[in-house]
Design a protein around this ligand. Structure first.
Ligand SMILES: Cc1cc2nc3c(=O)[nH]c(=O)nc-3n(C[C@H](O)[C@H](O)[C@H](O)COP(=O)(O)O)c2cc1C
Length: 197
């Protein structure tokens, strides 16, 4: 199959709990046949607030070019995000805003982590952003409720099998869209669509 599906993670908070969900997703996605993945953690990237978009950033750190090259190569994305005040973190939006072309005509899947609603409102907000990137969001999502009680450094604290099953369903759907769009990007784009490159 040959799909590259990087994970974009949304928080740089020092006490962040959703990182446990992102690492569990990484470990699970790495097991999928034909899938290559990697976790991109904004705490390890020199983006910060948006000052330059990548193509305007003349003296950009090498990490910026590397990140862009990886996103160009990607066939789709898994976003793992906490919910902050009924929205997604600015850190995640900054990461997305630095690039444009590499997102185009590729699928995004979402995993939220939060309080009672499992980050659902952060995901709903992101679903409004994705068309601005000329990308698409897939229907299925995962919400991890009360992440401080449900996930730890070794992953789910209860019902590990159930979480594995839910993540596998999400990944299967992301792979389906990623493969379909990988093929479709071989065709000429309509005028308004970026190439994904
Ligand atoms: C600034 C801030 C605002 C938050 N607002 C919400 C919220 O609106 N809804 C919610 O479910 N959880 C909210 N939370 C709780 C986070 O979802 C919770 O901290 C969770 O652990 C995931 O975020 P983390 O990875 O930063 O820990 C908020 C947390 C912070 C730090």
């Amino acid at each position: 199959m040959g799909l590259y599906l990087p994970i974009l993670y949304g928080s740089v908070r020092s006490q962040r709990r959703s990182i446990h969900v992102a690492r569990f997703a990484l470990e699970r996605l790495q097991r999928r046949p034909g899938v290559e993945t990697r976790l991109f953690d904004p705490a390890e990237l020199p983006f910060g607030n948006l000052i330059h978009r990548s193509w305007e950033w003349m003296d950009a750190p090498v990490e910026v070019a590397q990140f862009e090259a990886e996103m160009v190569r990607a066939d789709g994305f898994l976003v793992v995000t906490p919910e902050y005040n009924h929205g997604y973190p600015g850190t995640l939006k900054n990461l997305l805003d630095h690039l444009f072309e590499p997102w185009g005509r590729k699928p995004f899947a979402f995993v939220g982590a939060g309080g009672p609603y499992g980050g659902a409102r952060a995901i709903d907000g992101l679903r409004l952003v994705i068309p601005g990137l000329k990308a698409i969001s897939i229907p299925t999502m995962i919400g991890v409720s009360q992440v401080d009680k449900s996930f730890g450094p070794d992953g789910p604290l209860t019902d590990r099998e159930g979480w594995e099953r839910r993540f596998d369903v999400l990944f299967a759907e992301l792979e389906w869209y990623a493969l379909a769009l990988q093929r479709a990007r071989q065709e000429p784009a309509v005028d308004s669509a970026p190439t994904g490159r």
